[in-house]
Write a new protein. Structure first.
Length: 793
């Protein structure tokens, strides 16, 4: 605890010493006049490719909120020809005095110099489901934008999350039915990327970055606004997809690299009608890559058309679709023995060849996924908006799967290779209705969302697993290459797969209210009522259903923000809740015990900054999460289950994005987490939870682009990640198996000229061997060199 407090106080000091007056938002204002200075009324002034804009009033004046960065200012009138002007919008006030004539004149280019922190984009409509800025929000979150993804030439979704503080990968996506995407540790708990644009969007395989506008990592229990079906006590990962805009533009790129990496990607946007009310944007990618080991590959195809129809100034419809299919071998994960003391306690002690995969290239699994999202947004009045959203996902796993385990009774020198067939389908439907208000109560601004949510999850599966063979984990083994599709199918032909179906429904109603008590003091109060109806698992062979139950849960959330310097520096505190439904349990005497939902309650406090015209954006916080209603073995009755266990997870987090001079960007993050099973089971009580990941995590990235001269457009980036040691198995029976600490460094160089951009990246510069795991040992990729060329039009 002393370490936590000290780290937190240091972060508070470092972040609060830099205070400078500035405005966080971009405001576009000015006048439109004729050459003889007569004000022009009803002239449209807008930012091209966005929904930002306004009409000039009777005095020729206009004013509206806008984005930040380089855009085209479009001015049009019935009596004048439309004109465009390149503008560079900065945070705060941007004033333009525009002169229109009836003749074909081009407007004089207006350029407003701005220092834009291009890697810090924290404004989001999904995180609070309200128009709430980062400094107004008592919840902590981080955002990873497309600019950073492009600069780092990221072709794997999991790599993008290395840029967020406090998150670390536990387990790669396996491709198995129900497993979903990769697992990550966040604030002491396992979490997966399961949300797309604030709604459910699951997969059985990996995720392609081609259609990502940004990735949002919300931290802490978030049950009040997001329920329990798709989120974790540590938080959630939300993917924001690219949206259509009004002008024709596109980007085509080709990437190649070590281990046979080859990727072609495209992102093309176009208006469909001349009035630019119907807009289409399509992202696509095809990628193949081999493993750094002796076997292994992955190939994938991705297509994501998105359509936006602006029916009127008040009504719009959005349809986003994603079609993804991949075929791959499953990644090597060595399962450790869970029933006895482990002979070896580190990966090095196991003595396994780092480049051996223990599989073959014809043991593959396919994971086709379809995701559909639709939203109707209607502006009921100048104070109320209705959002009706629907999402649907269909994900499948088809093929063969293999994994290896140490199962010998005495020694860890022989691996049991298990194989199985997968034929599973999972579907989810999420229907959500939100009413969003922004109005005043007296002189106090009040922002309110009232929502209803229906979520359905179904699965239908057929799978079987059998022992294929046993081979040496270290030395040469004549049976090593025996694993093949024909041999596996021959083994499986004598086994009967298990078949089961499941179906669960969740009905929810919630509200969240943010009240400006003063211009500086904001209070938040939120509550969710959740009814969970699990129809249970239906065993096809026996014809029996088990595990069916229903449960009701409440989830409150409270927060307070005080802006010490308005829109520059704020302190915040929150109380947040998450819950997890727990089914009933049949006891040894035949009785049935009904349990309550597991509850996670977080208390958090910290500071947020956005200083020097947005050049310094940071967050520092301390959190304490306490989980109750954990089921555990009854110490007084053998075989019985009781519900009075607890787990706690607490720590500090710090993240900073700095743009000290033009062209230079710095990202830095640090987290410390202490997670303990306080009272769960005698085998793990007092021990760190294995899903908590490393105690200490550090991430950093420094990027510089030359702004002037002959080398303008040439840039360099350097950074990496540090993780302290991680106990991936930690019980009284097995002891601790520890993955050692590691530091991984990456670098990039790039050059942009005209419509072309060239990039070169080296991941794992030092060619370091390192591992990740979650009761498993998974070797990570060695050095990889990647080259990229893109054409923008």
């Amino acid at each position: 605890m002393k370490t936590l407090r000290f780290c937190f106080m240091v972060m508070l000091f470092i972040t609060s010493i830099s205070i400078h007056a500035q405005n966080i938002r971009s405001t576009v204002s000015g006048t439109v006049v004729s050459p003889d200075k007569i004000p022009l009324e009803n002239v449209s002034v807008s930012i091209e490719g966005t929904h930002y804009g306004a009409l000039s009033d009777e005095n020729g004046k206009f004013r509206f909120s806008g984005p930040i960065g380089q855009y085209m200012l479009v001015v049009s009138s019935l009596d004048h020809k439309p004109y465009k002007s390149a503008v560079n919008l900065k945070r705060g006030e941007n004033t333009f005095n525009i002169v229109l004539t009836e003749k074909a004149h081009e407007l004089t280019e207006v350029v407003v110099e701005a220092a834009v922190n291009r890697f810090s984009n924290k404004e989001s409509e999904y995180i609070a489901r309200l128009p709430l800025k980062n400094l107004e929000n008592p919840q902590v979150y981080s955002a990873i934008g497309k600019d950073l993804i492009k600069e780092q030439i990221i072709v794997n979704f999991d790599d993008a999350l290395k840029n967020s503080s406090g998150i670390d990968k536990l387990w790669s996506s396996t491709g198995r039915g129900g497993d979903g995407a990769a697992y990550f540790s966040l604030r002491g708990f396992a979490v997966q990327p399961t949300m797309v644009n604030g709604l459910g969007g699951q997969t059985n395989g990996g995720l392609d970055p081609a259609n990502i506008e940004r990735i949002e990592v919300l931290k802490g229990p978030s049950g009040t606004l997001f329920g329990s079906s798709l989120v974790s006590f540590g938080g959630l990962i939300n993917i924001v997809t690219k949206k259509p805009f009004e002008n024709f533009a596109g980007d085509i790129s080709y990437t190649m690299g070590s281990y046979g990496l080859s990727r072609i990607a495209a992102d093309i946007n176009t208006p469909i009608d001349k009035d630019k009310k119907l807009l289409l944007r399509t992202s696509a990618a095809y990628q193949t890559e081999n493993s750094f080991q002796d076997a292994g590959f992955k190939k994938s195809v991705f297509l994501a058309p998105s359509l936006l129809y602006k029916a009127s100034d008040r009504l719009s419809f959005t349809v986003n679709t994603e079609f993804y299919t991949s075929e791959s071998t499953n990644p090597l994960m060595v399962f450790l023995n869970r029933s006895r003391e482990l002979e070896y306690k580190t990966p090095d002690e196991l003595g396994m060849d780092y480049k051996r995969s223990f599989t073959s290239n014809d043991i593959t699994i396919k994971t086709p996924t379809t995701k559909l999202f639709g939203m109707m947004e209607y502006k009921l009045s100048d104070k109320w908006t209705s959002q009706t959203s629907v999402s649907y996902s269909n994900r499948q796993s088809k093929g063969l799967y293999s994994y290896v385990m140490f199962l010998q009774p005495l020694r860890d020198d022989t691996l049991s290779r298990y194989v199985g067939s997968q034929n599973t389908t999972g579907t989810t439907v999420d229907i959500q209705q939100n009413f969003i208000g922004d109005f005043k109560i007296g002189n106090m601004r009040n922002r309110l969302v009232v929502g209803f949510d229906y979520f359905n999850s179904k699965s239908k599966g057929s799978s079987n697993y059998i022992l294929f063979d046993k081979i040496s984990s270290t030395g040469a083994d004549p049976n090593y290459t025996n694993l093949s599709e024909a041999a596996v199918n021959a083994k499986l032909s004598g086994s009967t797969p298990s078949k089961s179906n499941s179906n669960a429904n969740t009905y929810s109603v919630y509200f969240s209210d943010v009240l400006n008590v003063t211009d500086r003091l904001l209070l938040m109060a939120s509550l969710r009522l959740d009814y969970f109806d699990d129809k249970g698992y239906y065993d096809v062979s026996s014809g029996e259903t088990s595990g069916d139950y229903n449960q009701t849960a409440f989830s409150p959330k409270f927060g307070a923000v005080y802006q010490i310097l308005p829109e520059k520096l704020s302190i915040f505190a929150n109380y947040m809740n998450g819950f997890e439904n727990v089914g009933s349990s049949v006891q040894p005497d035949g009785s049935v015990r009904t349990f309550k939902p597991k509850q996670a309650n977080q208390i958090e406090g910290g500071i947020k900054t956005s200083l020097f015209d947005g050049k310094l954006v940071g967050t520092a916080s301390y959190y304490d999460i306490y989980v109750t209603n954990v089921t555990r073995p009854d110490p007084d009755q053998v075989g019985f289950t009781i519900q009075n266990g607890d787990v706690y997870s607490r720590g500090v987090e710090f993240d900073l994005t700095v743009n000290p001079i033009a062209g230079l960007s710095i990202i830095a993050g640090y987290s410390y987490n202490e997670s303990v099973n306080k009272k769960t089971s005698p085998s793990v009580d007092g021990r760190r939870e294995i899903s908590a990941g490393p105690r200490n995590l550090v991430n950093g990235w420094v990027s510089y682009t030359i702004q002037n001269g002959a080398a303008k457009g040439l840039g360099f980036g350097f950074g990496g990640n540090y993780a302290s040691e991680n106990a991936i198995t930690n019980t009284a029976e097995t002891g601790r198996f520890v993955i050692p600490a590691y530091t991984i460094l990456n670098a990039t160089a790039f050059y942009a000229t005209g419509a072309f951009r060239f990039g070169l990246k080296v991941d794992n510069l030092t060619d370091k061997k390192y591992w990740k795991g979650w009761s498993t040992v998974e070797p990570q990729k060695l050095r990889q060199v990647i080259g990229n060329i893109s054409f923008h039009f």
